[in-house]
Design a protein around this ligand. Structure first.
Ligand code: FES
Length: 129
């Protein structure tokens, strides 16, 4: 399996690993292809314009090199973004930001994108309850 340097770097030194106690939203996703699991935790704040943003984000992933690298990358992409923009991050955006994923590993990026979207949905649901 050939991974590029950026993927290896995110795998060896993943950003924002862990759990947020009292998170505002949590997304948990299992990958149907391989059975790996990922959790995303978000804290929501507001920017100067009063828009809701992802103030803090962390992840826990039980998965392969690509799953960990894409998880790390999505936390970097989402941090500081408005909820609206963060919910539009796609797995293609993640793959591009990592300089491309081996095609056999493309399914691994589903975890990161779906878990983030679920965490945002969870926040919105809690807010409306
Ligand atoms: S093999 Fe399971 S997420 Fe990559």
């Amino acid at each position: 399996m050939q991974y590029n340097k950026k993927i290896i770097q995110h795998f060896m030194h993943p950003k924002n690993v862990g759990e947020i106690k009292n998170a505002d939203g949590v997304g948990k996703v299992g990958n149907p292809v391989c059975g790996d699991i990922m959790w995303v935790y978000i804290k929501v704040g507001k920017n100067k314009k009063g828009e809701e943003i992802i103030k803090d984000i962390k992840f826990k992933t039980m998965g392969c090199v690509a799953a960990i690298a894409t998880s790390s990358m999505i936390t970097e992409l989402a941090k500081g973004k408005t909820l609206d923009k963060a919910s539009k991050i796609t797995r293609d955006d993640i793959a591009k930001s990592l300089g491309g994923l081996p095609s056999i590993k493309y399914h691994c990026s589903i975890l990161a994108a779906d878990a983030l979207h679920k965490a945002i949905e969870d926040y919105k649901k809690r807010k409306n309850d």
